[in-house]
Design a protein around this ligand. Sequence first.
Ligand SMILES: [Zn+2]
Length: 471
Amino acid sequence: MAALRQFIFSLPLLAAAAADAAVCDYDIGLAGTEPITLDIAVACQAGADGLEASRAAASLLRSLAVDGRPMPLEQASWPIGSALFTARYRLALGGDGAAQSGVAAVGRSVMAELETWLLRPASDDTLVRLRPRLPADFVAALPFKQADGAYVIPASLVPRAGYTAFGRLVETTLALPGPGFSAWNPGTTPARLRIVRLDGTLDLEDARLFRWVERSALAVARYWRGFPVADALLIVVPMTGRSGVVFGRVVPAGGISIMLQLGEHAGAGALDQDWVLVHELTHTASPFMARGFWLMEGLATLIEPIVRARAGWLTPEAVWAEFAQGMPRGLDAMTRTGLQGSGRAGIYWGGALLLLLADVDIRRSSEGRRGLENCLLDVLRQGGDATERWTPEAFMAACDRAIGRPVLAGLAERHRFGGSPVELDALWRRLGVVREGGEVRLVDAPEAWLRDAILWGGTAGPPPALPPRID
Ligand SMILES: [Zn+2]
């Protein structure tokens, strides 16, 4: 996947690829706002081989003409052969069918995954270039890499690409300490986090909302010695009648987009209590692993409370209370079924428990000089952020190399495809974590120092400076 990464992110290579691969240029215009209807002109070089619609796009398509001839809409692909061609289509991101298609229309704005509105080139080898040509008060927010004034994404990534937004958006862009800011890459340029929120009412003022995102991003940057990725788009979707932070999801392919559903009635208290945004931002710091959801979710589950504790938002008691309550939910997967085929509890808490055991092992055997975070930082330093696709084996091998011992490989051997005993109560006793109902008391114990090392690190560099604000 290293070659693909270079292909996507290196501008000179993009230019070189454009000379070889076919290119389709998409000019994105606006045909109407109720519902929001895009009017898209496509010009494809020879080799693009026609256009294809996802199921969602097929249901939202209103008209299509290829080389000026109207096309039947009942089909989902329009083969052209090898010649160059032009096309023009209209697609409504609203009205009947939109909700079922994963399109969220709120007020005079909409959020939609790329494949819901992009008729993609039939040939995977084609490069897609997107150029919004929209009225000044109608904004496009796209997470893809930019080159020569266009957003660029390989056609092969369109089905897995993330969230886009159009319409009346409130937005700001944060400059954050970039990847590796205070460790391996001190000369790093700032990372850019663009935040857009869809239209619609929120009890919360936008300035307060944006400050909360900034604080959360800085807390994540503090753990990872810089914000994990150079560029990301966060789309906030107001949820009518709801309160609190409802749901979040990261989609990294082609450029990182993060969707966050925020209740209309969420107040400052809900933001202070929230874990969802830090969890999602933490995901940006590790590669996508198709057969390693237990690793991906286990990491985010374990690291998120630690990030919040290091930011001063959670007490040590609250973190260990969460672990003491949550980790037993992963025991069935760890001791009986194995993590690989487990359900939700095993994926989140089984994965977190395996990684907690790894952290304990690494810190104990190194007498506190190293911890799981050294492995995680090393994976990130090697380019293993969310835009990458790795195998769990490659991740664990890279991690174990950074530690100098096969810690993860050993744990995976015992708990991935089958179960082995875990002495969880003995672990709490050694760490001095005493459970009393839903609370915990932290007491002196033989390995209480390990408990603190896990929470506070010990190899952390200086915390990143506060970022300048781009208005
Ligand atoms: Zn997650």
